[in-house]
Write a protein that binds this ligand. Structure first.
Ligand code: SAM
Length: 234
């Protein structure tokens, strides 16, 4: 449920066609069904479907109080991928539990990507919601745009590395990607063409540790999932 779906404390109504379709086709929901409902603001609870047709779904809500599944304490810094790949990457990393995503410019990010309609906040939110719904999570990740590399490197990165380890994923680095991190981390993933040597040097000089996933070079959307799955404590 999104905050606008709430009619009052005890009832909600969905009219969004995509979610109605999901209720009809994926859940094959019927009036009377008991459902676990998540609100994109961090609450989750039980509800009963009281009416369902092609235009609306109405719910009676119990108290919204259960905690959502634990988040992953990894902040992701992702060089802005091409729009189609951005959409899928946002959905996947959200489903894996990332709560802080920075989209970063770098030399091999095409400037036109920053003009993409996929960066519209509403579109970004839609991709995040797909990931949240998939994982039965309810806390929407924060997404920050960093359209310039140098200010991020010099002004923002040092503060972010004060209380978490920086991990730079780059093919050919000395260390293998660790399994199951015990402490908070900031994971940096490059663009489709990779970071240029100068950027790699700068990120390592800023205190990041270089890590790699072996000799297979993965597409960005595959690499983020493989890295997060391996770093995840589960
Ligand atoms: N030709 C580029 C290079 O050598 O850097 C390939 C870039 S890869 C398609 C896109 C990003 O995914 C990389 O910048 C890196 O962050 C991550 N990645 C993909 N495969 C990787 C691997 N085997 N080890 C570490 N990172 C990888």
């Amino acid at each position: 449920l999104q905050p606008g779906d709430l009619l009052d404390e005890h009832s909600a109504r969905i009219t969004d066609p995509r979610r109605l379709k999901h209720l009809h086709e994926v859940h094959q929901a019927q009036p009377g069904d008991e459902l676990t409902l998540g609100l994109a603001d961090g609450n989750i609870g039980r509800g009963r479907l009281t009416a369902l047709d092609r235009h609306q779904a109405c719910f009676a809500l119990d108290a919204l109080s259960q905690a959502p599944p634990p988040a992953l304490d990894i902040e992701l810094v992702l060089a802005l991928p091409r729009p189609r790949m951005l959409a899928r990457s946002l959905e996947h990393v959200t489903a894996l539990g990332v709560k802080h995503i920075t989209l970063l410019h770098s030399r091999r990010v095409e400037k036109s990507y920053w003009q993409s309609p996929e960066l519209d906040p509403e579109k970004i939110r839609r991709h995040l919601l797909l990931g949240l719904e998939q994982a039965r999570d309810t806390r929407t990740p924060r997404v920050i745009l960093e359209p310039r590399f140098k200010p991020f490197l010099e002004d923002r990165l040092p503060a972010r590395l004060a209380n978490r380890e920086g991990l730079l994923a780059h093919p050919g680095m000395d260390a293998a990607c660790p399994r199951g991190l015990a402490s908070p981390a900031l994971l940096i993933v490059g663009p489709e063409g990779g970071f240029v040597p100068y950027e790699v040097e700068q990120l390592l000089a800023a205190g990041c540790r270089g890590i790699q996933l072996g000799e297979r070079i993965l597409r960005v959307e595959t690499a983020v999932v493989a890295l997060l799955a391996r770093l995840s404590p589960l």
